[in-house]
Design a protein around this ligand. Structure first.
Ligand SMILES: [Mn+2]
Length: 464
């Protein structure tokens, strides 16, 4: 068990791939989140290098119907990236005549399948796929073993891992190795600095005013207090008539800002937590939303959730024109989220939101784009006025007569496995389409079971 075995699995799968006929086109199916988009982009790059033709689809979830449809296509070679491990039985059932590569990192149930299926997953060898390597990391390792030139795409695997929340005060395990490659290839520079989200792109006073993590007592939550704070420490918040960004500060001012923030956070648990690793994509334009790997990952998530994953792939492949379209998509996504939050505020007192001291259950029905109900649940669970350990569950209708469910919990340092909790609810209604991870889980249910699901969820989330 371990890294060596995992690497052996990869080398074995590369051998199998190399034995396929070069004239055979490749069918690539990837997950629609940041990690899935990065995974797909790495694979697209490496298939281009191999002179292989390919067709790509990016999908939000893998239903049985969808798997059946893919299997009816004329391709003989398939790649499922950042998904597929959870559908091994279905893929086995419908792809008997095809060669299938599954490159994934989600946990899975043991099942038997034919040797036409090549299943690469770190969990198989006891390597933790929820913290040590992402889906794009798995695809990167495969691509690197196929051709060393693919090392130039290591940064995409770093962005993917960030998108899957695997960066926690640095990277560990295989992620760390991949980061080292990205640094060696001069794609990423790790800088210790202020770890506020959007620090490259937004006015300084806004960043401080809207930062909940790290929290700044007396500043977070108020734009005017934020402006005052800057003036107090002798940093003029404006340059001529525009608001200053971090890049406008002198080094001496930056230092003063950092030490003043730490002093302000004197009574917090770790005052110096304003500092952290930043992953700078060296080749990207300064002060654009693709310069900081965390912001890049948000951009990709936005594209996927707005149904425009192809823009995300274009941005990863560094197509300038598509990249600017992707940035516009990010703006639309932000508007959707604002709309979702307003809807939530307006509906707190209605039957659409059920609350008790253990959970908040939000049924958005048709009112919110179903791909962002997870984001809504995350934002609600992170808001200040919620007791730690409160579950936040959101539901939304998909166009395919299903209901998407997302589950989050407030407070970060608890050991509760949300995936297990959703599984328990799903078992109680005889459903099994569960996805996600320990800290962010989801499911799909048929619309007919809406009321039943809500009843069972209330029971189980209350601890009964
Ligand atoms: Mn993933």
């Amino acid at each position: 068990m371990g890294y060596d075995e995992f690497k052996k699995d990869i080398i074995e799968s590369v051998k199998k791939f190399k034995s396929t006929d070069i004239k055979e086109p490749i069918r690539i199916i990837g997950h629609y989140d940041c990690d899935g988009i990065c995974a797909t982009s790495i694979l697209v790059n490496s298939m281009t290098l191999e002179n292989r033709n390919y067709t790509v689809s990016i999908i939000p979830q893998v239903t049985e119907d969808e798997i059946l449809n893919f299997s009816h296509e004329t391709f003989n070679i398939y790649f499922f990236v950042d998904l597929g491990s959870g559908q091994l039985d279905l893929i086995n059932k419908y792809f008997k005549e095809k060669t299938v590569f599954i490159l994934d990192h989600h946990s899975f149930e043991q099942t038997d399948f034919g040797d036409n299926i090549i299943h690469i997953n770190p969990h198989k060898e006891g390597v933790d796929g929820s913290s040590e390597i992402s889906g794009s990391g798995v695809v990167f390792m495969f691509s690197k073993a196929l051709n060393k030139k693919n090392e130039t795409f290591a940064h995409l695997a770093v962005i993917g891992a960030i998108g899957d929340m695997q960066e926690k005060k640095g990277f560990k395990g295989l992620n760390r190795k991949i980061l080292e490659i990205a640094v060696k290839m001069k794609k990423i520079e790790v800088r210790k600095g202020l770890r506020f989200f959007g620090i490259e792109t937004k006015p300084l006073f806004k960043i401080l005013a809207y930062s909940t993590d790290p929290y700044i007592p007396g500043v977070t939550g108020s734009e005017s207090h934020s402006i005052q704070f800057l003036k107090q420490i002798n940093i003029e918040p404006k340059i001529n008539s525009t608001w200053k960004k971090l890049e406008h500060l002198t080094n001496e001012e930056k230092q003063r800002l950092i030490s003043s923030l730490i002093i302000k956070r004197n009574n917090e648990k770790n005052p110096e937590d304003v500092l952290g690793n930043r992953y700078i994509l060296i080749e990207e334009k300064t002060s654009g939303p693709t310069r900081d790997a965390k912001e890049f990952s948000t951009l990709l998530n936005a594209c996927g959730r707005m149904g425009k994953a192809s823009l995300g792939i274009g941005a990863c492949l560094n197509n300038k024109k598509i990249k600017s379209k992707a940035i516009r998509c990010l703006d639309e996504y932000k508007k959707e989220i604002m709309k979702a939050l307003r809807w939530y505020e307006d509906n707190i007192e209605t039957e659409n939101v059920i609350t008790n001291d253990k959970f908040i259950l939000i049924n958005t029905k048709n009112n919110i784009l179903y791909t962002i109900i997870g984001t809504l649940a995350s934002i609600v669970s992170n808001s200040n006025n919620i007791e730690k350990g409160t579950y936040v569950m959101s539901l939304g209708y998909t166009p395919k007569n299903l209901i998407k469910v997302s589950l989050r919990i407030s407070g970060r340092d608890n050991d509760i496995d949300l995936r297990e909790i959703i599984k328990k609810i799903m078992n109680s209604i005889d459903e099994n389409q569960v996805g996600g991870h320990k800290n962010a889980a989801g499911a799909y249910i048929p619309k007919e079971k809406e009321n039943l699901f809500i009843r069972k969820a209330q029971k189980i989330l209350s601890g009964n």
